[in-house]
Write a protein that binds this ligand. Structure first.
Ligand SMILES: Cc1cc2nc3c(=O)[nH]c(=O)nc-3n(C[C@H](O)[C@H](O)[C@H](O)COP(=O)(O)OP(=O)(O)OC[C@H]3O[C@@H](n4cnc5c(N)ncnc54)[C@H](O)[C@@H]3O)c2cc1C
Length: 554
């Protein structure tokens, strides 16, 4: 066991040599000690930047003739890192969690299977950014940074960002916070010791490695870490485990100034072009609520398109995922062929399909509280509420043509910390679309602004647990809430100052004017109830978004 400073920590994490991900941090920033396990087999544990030829000894296995299973011998897996907070998955939730934990001084490592940060934001080519308003702290800071970089654009119902700029911005921001990242690393198993999660097993080009942590935050979207630790879950909806359809987003250019407006029914215009021009290509998707949506991003003439749908896929089955991806890619190419025959879209060109198909729904992990549609209908608040959701219930038909709870009227509601905490397992938190909630409730909180806000809460809780020598389930929810409120002031993650800071500015339904509330940060920090403007929104029985068409976009 050897204590190391943060620079050494980043070296261990494979980020030495002033890499952009290493950030500019000094040993003084490193309040906690780090231990690095000594690998029993030096050949299989060579660090990523070691250029010596590697030889990996074959792992003994037993294969019986005609057997359907292979028996693996017990193996010694090197412990490559031992950190305070390990975040699995770098989607919106993982970014929130890693930033929060690192900013709070915890030695934080993010493990991501893709070669970029952002999850569906980047690998999934997703836009727009939904339900980010008034989420505060790190969410507000990210939006500020996007604005400052000039890669943030108003679009119809919300705002869009530049995907490529987002990748770099997230890397820079995480590095500045002092968090380390491992790309191209798939978390394949969870290490549990006496009812407490102790870390994960990672598979990558570097081989099979173990990473230990005081707290693991599962932000894998699918809840991989928790499920492998034995946390119970519901796949999709209760009746038949069916999940929302999958969508492969794609990028087009050649749009010029063309913008799809609310009134524009692009599907019908494309269908009409197929008949009018007797096209050989047919519409590859059925008519679902207001798809395709052409979503302009902050690059001239460029947009991403949300249109493909592949139904009745189990997102936890790689073969089904592969089939869905190929099918959706074919749909994207065919859709662009048809699009070119719509007046105004003649110059449209398919630039790329997303690196990864978008999975809307998979596991709903069972935590200490399960958020349901009734909580949303009632606009329920909780004493351990760590963020809120205000987006409509957006269920894409689970089976083609099937009616759902889509568009149910809800009021802004809070998400309790207990939804992020497993019922009876220590050392683990979850954040993002896999938290403890029902199929219907998930369809609201799954949007990226809310997922990032859950992440920032989980990251802060993890850092508090490390600091106080506790397991995260021992963190008091109301105390966490107050700690979050103390950080939701300003847009740069600064410590609260005493100058009056705008708390909320919202346009109430049916009104054209904005209403705002200001409160001193100290008052905000002390206040256990949301501001009066927020209360006003709730009293007005708000469904957000008001236009049910918006709830077909996510
Ligand atoms: C097609 C589509 C359109 C959508 N449209 C919108 C929209 O317009 N606006 C909006 O705000 N929201 C939208 N959503 C919802 C939103 O994108 C997701 O619900 C949100 O990204 C979930 O965030 P997350 O961090 O929980 O998961 P994800 O974004 O899925 O991130 C999970 C991360 O974990 C990584 N990972 C997973 N498993 C492992 C593993 N075993 N080991 C290592 N890494 C792993 C993944 O690679 C990924 O980077 C849409 C979703 C989809 C699918």
């Amino acid at each position: 066991m050897k204590p190391v400073n943060r620079r050494e920590f980043l070296d261990v994490a494979g980020l030495a040599g002033g890499s952009i991900l290493a950030g500019n941090v000094s040993a003084a920033d490193a309040p906690h000690a780090l231990t690095v396990g000594k690998p029993p087999n030096p050949t299989s544990a060579a660090p990523a930047n070691d250029c010596k030829p590697m030889q990996t000894a074959p792992h003994p296995m037993e294969v019986q003739p005609g057997a359907r299973v292979v028996v693996e011998a017990p193996r010694h897996t090197p412990v490559s890192a031992d950190v305070d907070v390990l975040v699995v998955g770098a989607g919106p939730a993982g970014i929130g969690a890693a930033l929060a934990a690192a900013r709070e001084g915890a030695r934080t490592l993010v493990i991501e299977r893709h070669g970029m940060l952002g999850g569906v934001w980047t690998a999934g080519l997703l836009n727009p950014f939904f339900d980010f308003e008034k989420k505060g702290w790190l969410v507000a800071e990210l939006i500020e940074r996007l604005k400052k970089a000039g890669v943030w654009r108003r679009w119809e119902f919300s705002w869009t960002f530049d995907t490529e700029a987002m990748k770099l911005l997230l890397e820079t921001t995480l590095a500045e916070a002092g968090a380390a990242t491992w790309y191209y690393s798939l978390v394949a198993d969870t290490i549990v010791e006496r009812n407490r999660v102790r870390g994960v097993v990672v598979e990558s080009k570097s081989g099979r490695e173990a990473v230990l942590a005081k707290v693991v935050v599962d932000c894998s979207g699918d809840g991989d870490v928790a499920a492998r630790a034995g946390v119970p879950f519901q796949l999709g909806r209760i009746a038949d485990s069916a999940c929302q359809p999958l969508t492969l987003m794609f990028e087009i250019d050649g749009l010029g100034d063309w913008v799809q407006t609310k009134a524009e029914d692009l599907y019908d215009r494309m269908q009409e072009a197929v008949h009018r021009k007797q096209l050989a290509v047919r519409m590859p998707v059925g008519r679902v609520n207001f798809a395709p949506w052409i979503i302009n991003v902050p690059r001239p003439g460029v947009a991403v398109v949300q249109a493909t749908h592949v139904y009745q896929i189990n997102p936890l089955d790689t073969r089904q995922l592969t089939r869905a991806t190929s099918e959706a890619r074919r749909q994207a190419h065919d859709l662009v062929q048809v699009m070119k025959h719509v007046p105004g879209l003649e110059s449209v060109r398919l630039v790329q399909t997303a690196a990864a198909i978008g999975v809307r729904e998979a596991r709903h992990l069972v935590g200490r509280y399960t958020l349901g549609l009734e909580d949303m209908r009632a606009g329920r608040r909780f004493e351990d509420g760590v963020t809120f959701g205000a987006f409509g219930v957006d269920i894409h038909d689970v089976k083609p043509g099937e009616k759902s709870a889509h568009g149910a009227r809800i009021k802004p509601y809070e998400i309790p910390y207990r939804c992020l905490v497993p019922e009876s397992l220590g050392g683990l938190l979850f954040a993002g679309r896999c938290i403890s909630g029902t199929h219907e409730a998930h369809a609201s909180y799954r949007v990226t602004g809310t997922c990032m806000a859950m992440g920032q809460a989980a990251g802060l809780a993890a850092a508090m647990a490390v600091r106080e020598g506790k397991s995260p389930e021992q963190i008091d929810g109301p105390t966490l809430r107050r700690a979050l409120e103390a950080r939701q002031v300003g847009t740069k993650g600064r410590s609260p100052s005493n100058s009056p800071t705008p708390c909320c500015r919202v346009t109430l339904p049916g009104s054209t004017t904005s209403t705002s509330c200001t409160a001193s940060p100290t008052r905000l920090a002390r206040r256990s109830t949301p501001c009066s403007t927020w209360r006003k929104i709730r009293q007005r029985r708000m469904t957000w978004p008001r236009d049910s068409r918006i709830a077909s976009l996510g």
